[in-house]
Design a protein around this ligand. Structure first.
Ligand SMILES: [Zn+2]
Length: 362
């Protein structure tokens, strides 16, 4: 009998330690929008991370409805297990099914037109832009650089966002008010000795960044959201260039998709102060891909890690990707509110009417 009591005591203790270590958000009332989601694509195996063959210049544009339903059940897990209200996603693809995506997602996904291999020319014409906006598309997602990931050796194509061939479409977007949604510029370029496998050449890296800047100069009224912090998050000087872009171009924004795994590469204080200073221009995003039903628990855990890194000063093992130790940024509540939903509500057309999260306030 006595042994049983000790056993029960130990089990209760273990259970309470486990419960204590489980992250639960302090902000259940803040709705969150993931502006960088690919519910229809398996990342890195369907052409997103590999060279696309000439026969397959574009990813499939039809939606994956099972995956969308799995997003919804994952958000239920986030709410019950972590007290996280993941309200909406910006769906960067599946262009052909906008009405059915709205229906299946219960209006919790806003769809963008998309181009994942624009190196062979943009799929949409200038005359398509205003009608697409009218139909309810939230923006135009383009995947630009590094072009080496799309073009075969020796193959000619459009290399940078600022190529003159893109100008008529960018101009139509600027005039119509369609945003450049999570445009992919460059890949991570770390410090000397740790450049990384994706974009090891710093010269090429800066050509891509300056191409982006030329577009910002030419189109002051075009709202540009650069994906992945424009990948200007892997060196301290890159963070300073990001400051320069924010300060110089008031319509320039970044999303945070897949970035938290790289935070250990830069100075903690520099990164944290940038987030606070430019909290009006930073949007939450993950780069989540197609979701199978058996993966919803795991993906909820990855979301929780990303939120924990932004909300607490805990050291978290891995962000949305990766498994390195990342010290949380412990951002103030008003900063989190802007990054999680306020900035997105301001810039994506059609989003405001759909927000149903419990804490949504104007
Ligand atoms: Zn992506």
């Amino acid at each position: 009998m006595k042994n049983n009591s000790i056993l029960i005591f130990i089990l209760l203790l273990l259970f309470s330690i486990r419960s204590y270590s489980q992250f639960v958000s302090r902000y259940p009332d803040i709705p969150r929008i993931d502006v960088h989601a690919h519910p229809h694509y398996i990342l890195y195996t369907e052409g997103l991370g590999t060279k696309t063959s000439p026969e397959k210049p574009k990813l499939p544009t039809s939606p994956d409805y099972a995956s969308i339903k799995n997003y919804l059940s994952m958000s239920d897990t986030l709410r019950t297990k972590y007290k996280i209200d993941l309200s909406m996603w910006i769906n960067l693809g599946g262009d052909e099914g906008i009405d059915s995506v709205n229906l299946v997602s219960k209006n919790r996904m806003l769809t963008c037109i998309s181009d994942y291999a624009p190196q062979r020319g943009l799929s949409y014409k200038p005359s398509d832009i205003a009608p697409c906006l009218k139909k309810g598309y939230a923006g135009y997602k383009m995947w630009f650089a590094p072009y080496q990931r799309r073009l075969q050796e020796g193959e000619n194509g459009i290399k940078y966002l600022d190529d003159p061939a893109n100008e008529p479409v960018l101009e139509a977007m600027e005039n119509a008010g369609m945003i450049c949604a999570s445009v992919h510029i460059a890949d991570p370029n770390g410090p000397h000795g740790n450049r990384g496998k994706w974009c090891a050449d710093p010269v090429e890296f800066w050509r891509m960044q300056l191409g982006l800047e030329r577009v910002l100069q030419r189109h002051p009224d075009l709202i540009v959201v650069a994906a992945h912090g424009s990948w200007l998050v892997c060196q301290d000087a890159q963070l300073d260039f990001l400051r320069y872009l924010f300060k110089t171009y008031p319509n320039f924004y970044v999303d945070l998709a897949a970035t938290d795994q790289y935070y250990p590469l830069v100075s903690y204080d520099n990164l944290r102060s940038l987030f606070i200073e430019y909290s009006d221009r930073i949007l939450f995003g993950t780069d989540i891909g197609r979701l199978k039903s058996e993966e919803t628990g795991k993906l909820a855990e990855r979301y929780a890690k990303s939120f924990r890194i932004l909300e607490t000063s805990d050291t978290v093992k891995g962000g949305f990707f990766g498994d390195s130790d990342i010290k949380g940024l412990n951002l103030p509540k008003e900063v989190l509110e802007k990054i999680y939903y306020r900035n997105a509500l301001r810039i994506y057309p059609g989003l405001k009417g759909r927000m149903t999260g419990p804490g949504y306030r104007n």
